[in-house]
Ligand binder design. Structure first.
Ligand SMILES: C[S@@+](CC[C@H](N)C(=O)[O-])C[C@H]1O[C@@H](n2cnc3c(N)ncnc32)[C@H](O)[C@@H]1O
Length: 276
């Protein structure tokens, strides 16, 4: 068996383990948030008792745990009912203590806006913005929920990075470990996914991500057009979450590569931004 095939199988096994086990996924969210997300946000905004935090796309809610441990009050919202059930179970003690709330809710709903307008110091979108359609309207809409001086954190994989199509979620082996083919024209990408036997649910999700693709340059243009400023940013050669997915040590991008427009998207697996 060739070395590449063995490596690819190991990557697929690690990625699958993370996708299949709820507790593993929750623990990884907690650890990643404690080690990277909270320290990053803290560079530009104080985090402590009284800080109101809102996570859009909270999934199992693990990202919020380090903020709860600091005494923040937290709201997590997601559109996936099965993940909301898990988040409610994982965060049950914090919910019972009145420090956390988890909602299955579309943040565009009028009653949501009426209840939470101007309510938050920090909004977190980690690995979410690349799933959201019409980001040009979505990012300025988020400003409605900020208190004066509030900030928004974004963490996402740029579209052109090796697995920017999220093809690692494929259930079949080859489609989940081959980099860059998500960049192919739409009909070819769909054709490859279907021909490899991927389920329609996975194909649909991957095509949605292809439609919402976001690059570093487009993201920064959206932030500017929304009347927001970049307060801090970090580009990673190796995404901090690859520690759990693939056993790789996180690594920041070199300043030179991080500076080269367009090309940097191909070699940067994750970016963190705070804007406000
Ligand atoms: C890749 S997961 C990231 C979960 C978590 N933030 C983390 O970092 O582990 C993306 C989550 O965003 C949710 N999501 C996507 N679009 C959304 C939207 N418009 N509003 C709320 N949640 C959304 C999905 O249901 C999913 O749970």
């Amino acid at each position: 068996m060739c070395k590449w095939y063995k490596f690819a199988r190991k990557l697929q096994f690690l990625a699958l383990k993370q996708h299949l086990n709820d507790q593993v996924r929750f623990d990884q969210q907690v650890d990643n948030s404690r080690s990277y997300v909270l320290p990053f946000i803290e560079k530009t905004h104080q985090i402590g008792p009284g800080t109101a935090v809102f996570e859009v796309g909270t999934a199992e809610g693990g990202v919020l745990v380090p903020f709860l441990e600091r005494g923040c009050t937290c709201l997590g919202v997601d559109l996936a009912p099965e993940r909301i059930v898990l988040a409610k179970a994982f965060l049950e003690p914090h919910i019972a203590a009145g420090k956390a709330e988890i909602l299955l809710k579309n943040i565009y709903d009028d009653d949501f806006l009426a209840r939470f307008k101007g309510a938050f110091d920090i909004i977190i979108l980690k690995d979410v913005i690349e799933h959201v359609p019409n980001q040009e309207a979505f990012v300025p809409y988020l400003k409605n929920f900020l208190k004066p001086g509030g900030q928004i954190f974004f963490g996402f994989p740029p579209w052109y990075m090796p697995f920017g199509g999220h093809q690692q979620i494929c259930r079949k082996k080859w489609p989940s470990v081959v980099p860059y083919y998500h960049i192919l024209p739409r009909f070819m990408y769909r054709g490859i996914l279907q021909a490899s036997g991927e389920g329609e649910d996975v194909v649909k999700e991957l095509m949605e991500i292809k439609d919402t693709q976001i690059t570093i340059e487009r993201f920064e243009r959206i932030v500017k057009a929304s009347g927001l400023k970049v307060l801090h940013k970090e580009h990673y050669l190796i995404n901090p979450i690859y520690k759990y997915k693939f056993g790789l040590q996180p690594r920041k991008q070199t300043p030179l590569l991080s500076w080269i427009p367009f090309f940097r998207n191909f070699v940067t697996t994750c970016v963190y931004y705070t804007v406000g």
